[in-house]
Design a protein around this ligand. Structure first.
Ligand SMILES: [Zn+2]
Length: 320
């Protein structure tokens, strides 16, 4: 899918897309953050839908028959790309209207997972051993975050969000020329709000660079890069599995050597080992939500997603 030419060129739209006059363009996005960006662009004109229910991980999702129907019926469909929503390409073949993997948008800032998180603390080899000796499955999730792979959590870069919004605005204008001016105005308003939020986040997070924190899911690298933060390590265990004693000991060792630090997991679930990990150590546990789990779908939803990420990081790191 990655190499498909962009499918939403205006010319093809004119032939393949003909909404009845005045009808709302039905926009469907795979994940909530894309829905929030679309909501900003469609503000006052329409309401975008989302495929993944709250709390579902795009890394492990299975479409229901009703989802497949929604995929087929949407006028415009946006997803990140096959590295994130591996469940989607097969279903997209059944669509006649255009869809866009936003990772293909020109000029997007794309990161790849580096080797550094495997080696930064010298535990990389041991870490691998633990996985096999404890009989724990690395799982699909970890495979998706392997060194060298595209880091698909690209919506957490504010610059990427601008490009995605701009693309949605031009697609919507082509599909619904009557409201073209409105989409452009919405895009401009989105850019302005985003600049304000970006400045606030930079001011608050700058003094916190260098404060150590760990994540259970390597989903925040774009955000970290944008705001000068860097995680000290990743605990690659899934939220509902209690890892073996050796692995827990290894994680505690890493925490011990980091000193006072924050450990972030994702809502809705805090890993069962959270307590075991932090017991007797100067470690603060907190939640960090890359997907905007509990955010309302409103025009400023994306900015609130960034703000709550920044606030949740800062509220913990400031207390170290
Ligand atoms: Zn991920």
């Amino acid at each position: 899918m990655r190499h498909l030419p962009s499918l939403l060129v205006a010319a093809s739209m004119a032939f393949t897309f003909a909404p009845s006059a005045g009808a709302e363009v039905r926009v469907l996005t795979s994940i909530k953050p894309l829905q929030l960006i679309a909501a900003a662009v469609q503000d006052g004109v329409g309401t975008p839908e989302v495929l993944l229910p709250p709390g579902a991980s795009p890394h492990h999702f299975t479409l229901r028959p009703s989802d497949i129907r929604r995929v087929r019926e949407a006028d415009l469909l946006y997803w990140i790309g096959p590295d994130l929503e591996s469940f989607l390409p097969r279903v997209l073949e059944g669509r006649s209207d255009p869809s866009l993997a936003v990772q293909n948008i020109d000029g997007l800032h794309l990161r790849h997972f580096g080797e550094e998180h495997r080696h930064e603390d010298g535990h990389a080899e041991e870490h691998e051993d633990d996985e096999s000796t404890d009989g724990e499955a690395e799982g699909e999730h970890d495979d998706l975050h392997r060194p060298g792979a595209l880091d698909a959590h690209l919506w957490l870069d504010p610059g990427n969000a601008r490009l995605i919004a701009a693309r949605m605005a031009s697609d919507l204008a082509a599909a619904d020329p009557e409201n073209a001016a409105r989409y452009q105005a919405n895009l401009k308003a989105f850019d302005q709000r985003l600049s304000a939020v970006d400045a606030k986040l930079k001011a608050r997070l700058k003094p916190l660079s260098g404060k150590p924190f760990f994540v259970f899911h390597e989903a925040f690298d774009y955000f970290e890069e944008a705001y000068g933060l860097k995680h000290a390590g990743v605990f690659a265990v899934s939220a509902d599995v209690q890892p073996g004693a050796r692995k827990v000991a290894n994680m505690r060792e890493r925490l011990e050597s980091a000193g006072p630090s924050c450990v972030f997991s994702e809502p809705p679930m805090q890993p069962r080992l959270a307590q075991t990990l932090s017991e007797g150590l100067p470690v603060r546990m907190a939640l960090l939500d890359a997907l905007g789990f509990d955010l309302k779908v409103e025009a400023d939803g994306y900015e609130r997603l960034l703000m709550s990420l920044g606030n949740d990081l800062a509220n913990c790191l400031e207390q170290l």
